[in-house]
Design a protein around this ligand. Structure first.
Ligand SMILES: [Zn+2]
Length: 358
C-alpha cells in the first residue's frame, strides 16, 4: 500500500559495475532486519547482495536472523558505523565494493546511528569506489511513532527526515485512527512516499525507495553540503574530528552510549550469554520483566534462548511496540542483547538470570 507520493518508475538507472548502496535505517526495534529478510525472500537473494549488519552491543544477533545462503553477511559489532566504527565501516566498504563488487550492498546500521553522518560516509565512499547511494529506507514502527518521537526527539526525526521512503511496520494491529495518527506524525517530518510493509512486498518497498531517490524528491538531503568531516582516515588515526573514540565508553556491565554524539544520552547496551534453559512461561516472564524494569526503560531486546524441552533455541524479540518469541532454526549459542535508556545492569542480570558479558 502506497499512502502518498508516486514512487513508481522502475528504480534508479545503475551503471554497469557500480555497486548499489541501499540503507535500511530506523530506530531500535522498528523492524529493519525483518524488512531486509523480506527483501531477500522476495527475490533480492537472487542478486547475491552483501548485507552489512551493524550492532551496537558486543553480541551480534541480526546477522543470525538472515537465513544462511540468502546473502553474504558482514557484521560490525560493538559500536556504531556512523561514528565509533566509522573506520571499520570504510574498510568494509573498501573490501566489499573493491574486491567482491556485488551488484548491491544493503546496510543496516544500529537504531542509534545518525543518518546525515551515514549519508556523508556513503557519499565519500562513492567518490573513491565504484558504488552509489541507491535508496534510503527508514523503517518506522507505526504503533509508537508519536511516543518515540517524544522520547527520542530530533534524533528520531532525523532518521525519518532524510529518507527516500518510509516503511511502516506493525500496522496489522492498528485501527484506522491509530494508523492515521502514525501517518500524521510521519508526515510532520517528511513528504517522501510512505509504504505499509505488511501490505507491500519487500522488493516493492525497495523499488519504490530507489525510485524516490532517483527522482531526487528531497534535494536538500542529497545536494547540500556534506555534514561531518575527517572522513576516510585509516586505523591508528583519528576517525572523527569531534574526538570520538574507536569504542564507546564502557561501564562495569557493557557498552554505555553516553558518549554517543547523536542519540539522546543514557542509552546503553547489555549483552548476556544465558546458560540456563527457558520454558515458554520463563520466556514470557523474562519479557514481562524487561518491560517493567525499575531502573530505566528497555527499548529493545533480542536474542536466542535455550529451550527447556531441549528442542533448540527460542528467538525472542522485544521492542517499544511489543514483544514475542518463536522457535528458531539458529544453531549457535544462546545470547541476549538488551538496549535501553538509564538501565541498571544488575537489575537486568537478575531478570535474565545470567551475568552481563563484560
Ligand atoms: Zn554513530
Amino acid at each position: 500500500m502506497l499512502f502518498e507520493g508516486d514512487a513508481r518508475g522502475g528504480g534508479s538507472p545503475s551503471r554497469a559495475g557500480v555497486t548499489k548502496v541501499d540503507l535500511v535505517v530506523g530506530f531500535l526495534g522498528a523492524g529493519k532486519t525483518t524488512l531486509v529478510n523480506r527483501m531477500l525472500a522476495d527475490g533480492l537473494a537472487g542478486e547475491r547482495p552483501v548485507i552489512v549488519e551493524n550492532e551496537f552491543g558486543d553480541v551480534a544477533v541480526d546477522g543470525d536472523l538472515i537465513p544462511e545462503g540468502e546473502a553474504q553477511v558482514r557484521t560490525l559489532a560493538s559500536g556504531c558505523i556512523c561514528c565509533t566504527l566509522r573506520g571499520s565501516f570504510l574498510d568494509c566498504l573498501d573490501e566489499v565494493v573493491g574486491t567482491l563488487a556485488p551488484s548491491r550492498i544493503v546496510i543496516e546500521p544500529t537504531g542509534l546511528a545518525n543518518l546525515p553522518d551515514l549519508l556523508a560516509i556513503v557519499r565519500d565512499a562513492s567518490s573513491r569506489l565504484p558504488c552509489c547511494l541507491n535508496s534510503v529506507t527508514s523503517v518506522v514502527d507505526a504503533s509508537c511513532v508519536a511516543e518515540m518521537l517524544e522520547f527520542a526527539g530530533d534524533f528520531y526525526a532525523s532518521q525519518v527526515r532524510d529518507a527516500t521512503l518510509v516503511a511502516l511496520t506493525h500496522t496489522a494491529g492498528l485501527g484506522a485512527p491509530e494508523l492515521e495518527e502514525a501517518l500524521r506524525a510521519v508526515r510532520s517530518l517528511t513528504s517522501c512516499p510512505v509504504m505499509d510493509v505488511d501490505a507491500a512486498g519487500g522488493l516493492e518497498v525497495l523499488a519504490a525507495s530507489e525510485a524516490a531517490l532517483a527522482e531526487a524528491a528531497s534535494p536538500g538531503a542529497w545536494g547540500g553540503p556534506l555534514p561531518g568531516d575527517g572522513l576516510g582516515e585509516k586505523d591508528g588515526e583519528p576517525r572523527d574530528s569531534r574526538g570520538h573514540d574507536e569504542r564507546c565508553g564502557h561501564d562495569a556491565h557493557g557498552h554505555d552510549a553516553h558518549g554517543h554524539l547523536h542519540a539522546p544520552g543514557g542509552f546503553g547496551s547489555f549483552s548476556f550469554l544465558p546458560g540456563r534453559t527457558f520454558s515458554e512461561e520463563d520466556v514470557d516472564l523474562l519479557l514481562e520483566g524487561l518491560r517493567r524494569v525499575r531502573s530505566g526503560r528497555v527499548l529493545r531486546a533480542k536474542g536466542f534462548l535455550a529451550r527447556k524441552d531441549g528442542c533448540g533455541l527460542e528467538h525472542v524479540e522485544l521492542a517499544a511496540g511489543g514483544a514475542g518469541h518463536e522457535r528458531s532454526a539458529y544453531r549457535g549459542d544462546p545470547k541476549l542483547v538488551v538496549i535501553g535508556r538509564g538501565l541498571d545492569g544488575d537489575e537486568l542480570a537478575r531478570i535474565v538470570g545470567a551475568e552481563p558479558e563484560p
